[in-house]
Ligand binder design. Structure first.
Ligand SMILES: [Fe+2]
Length: 372
């Protein structure tokens, strides 16, 4: 990179500087130095997309979707199946059958993947990141990338119009992750930049505008960055390196927070010791989540407070209806020392709508599972 930003070192070989930033020029950003012009696009065309099969829920109910029953299809873009959405978040799952083939850029949303199974490599304009089961992968909106997973991937995906970030309360005023947070700087894996490509050929990039794609036809490989620095970049964190917070008494979900936006949070329930009060009830109390809809993606382990749940299950606990342990779960939990569960939680302030894809794998008996 040049010694100073906005300058060149070699008049005969000027690198093309791109400011890659969120929130206009006020948010986090990185400076990327391309070999070619990042604006070089031969043609663009609109590509229609199957619209999200909207709002199929007739009434608000607690629901259970068995996404493990969905057939495997597509790649990391075409295989996405939206389950729920509101105006700021979109929650999807994918069970891919094809290796990632598209170069892709999400124009509207930050993306937080939770890798439920499989392994692969995210190859991006900022470098490569290997990912595997149990990882979170954060991709800022506007990143050009592909997700190469030859043996298939299963993931739960949160797309967010709002910036999805490390929860601000985990950061000190200097921007460092504080002691007491469930993960640390060293747990964050950053992309590894390879030698810049100078390949010419056909490099189509699918740009995701939600209801349609724009296909950019490029004749140079967009992964032509010779160097970058800054604060906006994809990263991965393994849930196995996280340190869940436990206590003498039952800890509320916010201690399990992993990422947050203005109107949602993503939390992770991890293998952990249960509460150590001699008469503790180690599972969740009954609760009314008055202002949020609560979604859980169950990945692995024994989900003690829930019957009929299996890996890949997604539950929706809606505001307005009390939920909590199912009959018998509380008694069964007393005296247990630990849990091996891994589950991802999303709380959304704006009501979520349920799609036809979700309803196609709904376990309709879930609401009755609290009554016997
Ligand atoms: Fe809950």
């Amino acid at each position: 990179m040049p010694e100073s930003r906005h300058t060149y070192d070699d008049r005969k070989n000027i690198l093309r500087e791109e400011l890659f930033g969120e929130e206009s020029f006020d948010g986090p950003y990185s400076l990327l130095y391309h070999m070619g012009e990042p604006t070089r696009v031969k043609a663009v065309k609109k590509v229609p997309r199957n619209p999200v099969d909207r709002d199929h829920a007739d009434v608000m109910l607690h629901r259970h979707f068995q996404t493990g029953l969905m057939e495997k299809k597509g790649d990391f873009v075409s295989g996405r199946r939206c389950l729920m959405f509101n105006s700021t978040v979109r929650l999807s799952v994918a069970r891919t059958s094809e290796k990632g083939r598209s170069l892709y850029r999400n124009a509207l949303n930050d993306e937080v993947y939770f890798i439920h199974s499989g392994r692969g490599t995210m190859k991006s304009v900022l470098g490569d990141l290997d990912i595997s089961e149990g990882d979170y992968l954060y991709v800022p909106k506007g990143t050009t990338y592909t997700l190469d997973a030859p043996s298939g991937l299963e993931f739960f995906l949160v797309e967010s119009r709002e910036r999805a970030s490390i929860p601000p309360r985990y950061l000190n005023v200097y921007g460092q992750i504080k002691e007491g947070s469930p993960y640390y700087t060293r747990d964050i894996r950053v992309p590894r930049l390879n030698a810049p490509s100078t390949d010419r050929g056909s490099f189509p990039v699918l740009v995701d505008f939600g209801d349609y794609f724009l296909l950019e036809e490029r004749d140079m490989n967009p992964f032509d960055v010779a160097g970058w620095d800054g604060y906006l970049y994809p990263f991965a964190i393994s849930t196995s390196s996280m340190a869940p917070i436990v206590g003498k008494l039952h800890q509320p979900p916010p201690v399990h927070e992993t990422f947050s936006g203005k109107s949602f949070m993503i939390g992770t329930f991890l293998p952990r010791k249960f509460d150590f009060h001699p008469r503790s009830i180690p599972i969740s109390y009954y609760h009314s989540n008055i202002d949020t809809d609560e979604v859980l993606f169950y990945s692995s382990g024994n989900f003690m407070s829930r019957k009929g749940i299996s890996p890949g299950s997604v539950t929706l606990h809606v505001r307005g209806l009390i939920h909590g342990p199912q009959p018998g779960a509380l008694e069964a939990a007393i005296g247990k020392a630990d849990t091996d569960e891994v589950a991802v939680m999303v709380e959304a302030y704006e009501p979520l709508k349920v799609t036809g894809d979700a309803m196609s794998v709904e376990d309709k008996s879930y609401m009755e599972s609290w009554y016997r």
